[in-house]
Design a protein around this ligand. Structure first.
Ligand SMILES: Cc1ncc(COP(=O)(O)O)c(C=O)c1O
Length: 417
């Protein structure tokens, strides 16, 4: 790590492809067989990361044309890509269809109408899944519920049941499946199994009431990972054994691909591959607290913290430079609680309100683990116009790719959309 800092400075993200490979292999092995796994590019759209997952047989789940470009440049076959997410514009849909994407998840009747229009205009046959907002489990163990509560995602179960025509072919559109994504960051494997079980049973109930027999059931995900703090990835290897009987019972043809079963994962696949390196610019006292000012703020990491979402006060950086060698530093007992802040001119630019850390001083470099998902591209990249952090991709000891994203100005006068 110290070498990379010497070469590229900070703030610097390091992504390890060997770790991506290891994580993908373990998750794939723990899922029911056969099933397909989609990688949610929103977690980290870096093409080298996506290319590694492509090589592992993981398909792309995208929610924008930017993610589409990243997926295609990473060698994804457009016919295998799933386009999801609320608020897809007709421009997004047409661009994706023109690029060869043929499978979309629709979040409402309106979206299905728009997708039909896009398919007609592009003169292409398109398949769709209906995303369902199914009732959630009684006890909440999710990091964040997407459905199972009132939300902008999917079609409420009762509404879907009352609209069997949502599941009928129309024009160039053919319904092929149902899509669920009830929750994210469900660290307890038993709780995640329960989410999947409920989704399978909901799919079976919808088949009964609508007469629609799905060819594909996307059970979504919820596979968790620590964010910006040390810890282990949850072990989901028991899922295969627990979920297969549920599928046997509700969809007996699933082992022969009727229906085929899919899962989605973002953070679990990439969080652990990433480390953020950041330099201490100042250490100061105010009102009895220690403030550590870093060159990485919410423009580099945890931009969604402003929504009260992902930053936890437990982010624990490890010191890699300064007074001692990195090996000796890791694992040292924490000796003080500090507030980690970034260089942005707002009191909201806080990475952690009480990070436990050994004494540090100006010039030290901290490493923040588990930042390979929802790191740079989930941050306030343009705020205050600092250059985005550099990203280096390594595989073992081999450096694979180094880049820095740039925000550029494109004059649009007279340019058609
Ligand atoms: C439809 C859908 N798929 C996948 C994901 C990725 O979630 P995670 O990174 O927690 O796996 C999300 C996250 O919000 C989502 O809404």
């Amino acid at each position: 790590m110290t070498d990379y800092v010497g070469r590229y400075g900070t703030p610097l993200y390091v992504y390890r492809l060997d770790e991506v490979r290891k994580t993908a292999t373990a998750l794939l092995r723990g899922l029911p067989q056969p099933s397909r796994l989609y990688y949610s590019l929103k977690a980290n759209p870096h093409p080298s990361v996506v290319r590694e997952l492509t090589a592992q047989g993981v398909h792309a789940e995208i929610s924008s044309c930017g993610e589409l470009r990243a997926a295609l440049s990473a060698g994804q076959n457009p016919a295998d890509i799933l386009y999801t997410g609320p608020g897809k514009s007709i421009h997004d849909m047409r661009t994706a269809i023109r690029s060869g994407v043929r499978r979309f998840s629709v979040e409402s009747r309106t979206e299905r109408g728009r997708l039909g229009e896009a398919a007609e205009t592009e003169a292409s046959d398109v398949e769709y899944l209906v995303r369902i907002n199914a009732p959630g489990p009684a006890a909440g163990s999710a990091g964040l519920r997407m459905t199972g509560v009132p939300s902008q995602f999917g079609v409420d179960f009762e509404q879907a049941r009352a609209q069997p025509e949502l599941f009928r072919a129309r024009g160039r559109l053919r319904p092929v499946g149902m899509h669920f994504f009830p929750a994210t960051n469900v660290a307890d494997p038993t709780a995640l199994f329960e989410e999947f079980r409920l989704s399978v049973e909901t799919a079976a109930a919808l088949r009964e009431s609508t007469g629609f027999d799905p060819e594909l059931i996307d059970l979504g995900g919820g596979f968790a990972a620590p964010f910006a703090k040390p810890g282990d990835l949850p072990d989901y290897s028991s899922l295969r054994e627990s979920l297969e009987p549920v599928l046997d019972q509700n969809f007996p043809g699933w082992r022969d691909g009727r229906p085929s079963i899919a899962f989605e994962s973002g953070r679990h696949l990439t969080a652990s591959c990433g480390t953020l390196l950041t330099t201490v610019l100042d250490v100061k006292q105010s009102g009895g607290r220690t403030y550590v000012v870093l060159d990485a703020g919410t423009n580099v990491l945890g931009g969604m913290a402003g929504l009260g979402r992902i930053m936890t006060p437990a982010a624990v950086p490890l010191r890699v430079a300064g007074a001692g060698p990195e090996a000796a530093m890791a694992g040292q007992p924490p000796s003080q609680a500090v507030t980690l802040v970034g260089p942005l001119c707002t009191p909201l630019d806080v990475l952690s309100r009480s990070a436990s850390i050994e004494p540090i001083e100006e010039g030290d470099v901290l490493q923040i683990p588990h930042t390979g998902a929802y790191g740079l591209t989930a941050s306030l990249l343009a705020f205050l116009s600092h250059p985005p952090a550099t990203e280096v991709v390594v595989d073992g000891t081999t450096e694979v790719h180094v880049r820095r994203l740039e925000l550029t100005e494109t004059p649009l006068k007279g340019v058609a959309r």
